[in-house]
Design a protein around this ligand. Structure first.
Ligand SMILES: NC(=O)c1ccc[n+]([C@@H]2O[C@H](COP(=O)([O-])OP(=O)(O)OC[C@H]3O[C@@H](n4cnc5c(N)ncnc54)[C@H](O)[C@@H]3O)[C@@H](O)[C@H]2O)c1
Ligand SMILES: O=C(O)C(=O)C[C@@H](O)[C@H](O)[C@H](O)COP(=O)(O)O
Ligand SMILES: [Zn+2]
Length: 365
């Protein structure tokens, strides 16, 4: 199967996304095209993708690059100040400079962490994303959000730093555990709810093939997801007009759940699925959507084997953590809420009562 090429159009920060099977051997050529001044590549990966990182490294060496290889522990806890500091020091120690680039090989954790290292080292060096989880292929590798967590808030320190190139090779998913694969489907369902009802219906009709990871089905959902994200990012690169906030559907709840449960307890996509259910319940309580909408979304998420219930009922605790959400403005938390399938809005002045009721309604003791 030949590759598909999408383009994220952001003037001088524009970049291609290549999607296909068996693309990694072509990576050095594409790096040469996108980052022609670069002869030194810092590959950053995690311990679950060592063999993929080794293959990328070898192809870069063969193509004449000097390389620095860095590995971080796998898991959400690596999006930390201490890992970031370790990366900076390793980059400095091997003479990384403005003629270098970072190649992030892994899931969203590596992409966000390595991306922020690229954004900050020497005030910013080019970044290439090689996503190896479904979640990172449909979402985190595109759009330029990079960063780390603090104990009190998810993704609270970071930068917008667009990659110069994204290479999505479906073969890298061969070793991905099923729970991680399913987690990525939450972000795909999210695009369906926020802007692409056809994708939502496609998921409803093709759930079996999706879960079987049928190649044609996968290429469709990955490219539709990247296409949707690119459209939104092109309209509001730095989330200043509110348009990009639609990509945060379910995330106000999700980030609080990830934080309160302890980073890594819920996978990001699992928390997003629960957060989407909470957001739909909240929208229903505010009279914005029907019960049928809530049930239809819940049915799809469950059909995709995603959770919709939070296993500990702590509405007050989630509410407190949500006050650190980046959509808080002048002390007011804003929620992304649906009005119909394919459309969501950023809503301010949502009272605490219905929020806590929605959390309780989606919770199981
Ligand atoms: N920047 C953004 O726009 C954005 C968007 C969505 C999510 N995120 C962030 O992304 C993170 C979640 O990303 P994720 O779900 O990819 O998690 P992850 O990076 O932790 O990867 C999931 C697990 O799979 C392993 N893994 C990765 N590739 C593998 C492969 N090919 N084979 C076997 N194992 C593999 C990893 O080691 C890890 O244990 C969260 O921190 C979330 O906040 C960022
Ligand atoms: O790219 C975006 O914009 C998103 O909101 C995508 C989300 O799926 C992603 O989890 C993102 O990291 C959340 O952003 P944050 O600004 O709430 O940290
Ligand atoms: Zn997300």
């Amino acid at each position: 199967m030949s590759e598909r090429k999408l383009q994220v159009k952001l003037a001088e920060r524009s970049y291609p996304i290549y999607i296909g099977s068996g693309l990694l051997p072509t990576l050095p050529q594409w790096i040469g095209e996108q980052c022609s001044r670069t002869r030194h590549a810092v590959t950053i990966s995690d311990s679950s993708v060592s063999s993929i990182a080794a293959a990328v490294h070898d192809s870069l060496v063969t193509a004449g690059f000097r390389t620095t290889q860095i590995e971080v522990p796998s898991g959400e806890k690596s999006k930390s100040v201490s890992e970031l500091e370790r990366l900076w020091k390793a980059m400095l120690g091997d003479f990384t400079d403005r003629g270098s680039l970072v190649v992030a090989i892994g899931g969203g954790v590596v992409g966000d962490l390595a991306g922020y290292a690229a954004a900050t080292f020497a005030r910013g060096i080019p970044l290439v994303q090689v996503p190896t989880t479904l979640l990172s292929q449909v979402d985190s590798s595109v759009g330029g959000k990079t960063g780390i967590n603090l104990p009190g808030a998810k993704n609270i320190v970071g930068a917008f730093w667009q990659p110069s190139l994204v290479v999505i090779d479906s073969q890298t998913l061969a070793s991905l555990p099923r729970r991680e694969f399913v987690s990525g489907l939450a972000e795909v369902a999210k695009y369906g709810v926020i802007m692409l009802p056809e994708l939502f219906e496609y998921l409803e009709q093709n759930a079996t093939n999706v879960l079987l990871q049928d190649e044609v089905t996968m290429q469709h959902i990955v490219s539709e997801s990247c296409r949707s994200k690119a459209i939104v990012v092109e309209e509001d690169e730095r989330e200043t007009t509110g348009r990009r906030a639609i990509l945060n559907y379910g995330h106000t709840f999700a980030h609080a759940i990830e934080n309160v449960a302890g980073y890594g307890t819920y996978l990001h996509g699992e928390a997003v699925a629960i957060g989407m259910h909470m957001a739909a319940l909240l929208a229903e309580k505010l009279g914005r959507v029907s019960k049928e909408f809530v049930e239809r979304q819940a049915q799809l998420l469950q059909r995709l084997e995603l959770p919709i219930h939070y296993s500990a009922a702590e509405p007050e605790q989630l509410w407190a953590v949500m006050q650190h959400d980046k959509k808080v403005e002048h002390g007011n938390l804003r929620f992304v809420l649906p009005t119909r399938l394919g459309h969501v809005e950023l809503v301010a002045e949502v009272p605490k009562g219905p929020v806590c009721e929605a959390i309780a309604a989606a919770s199981r003791a």
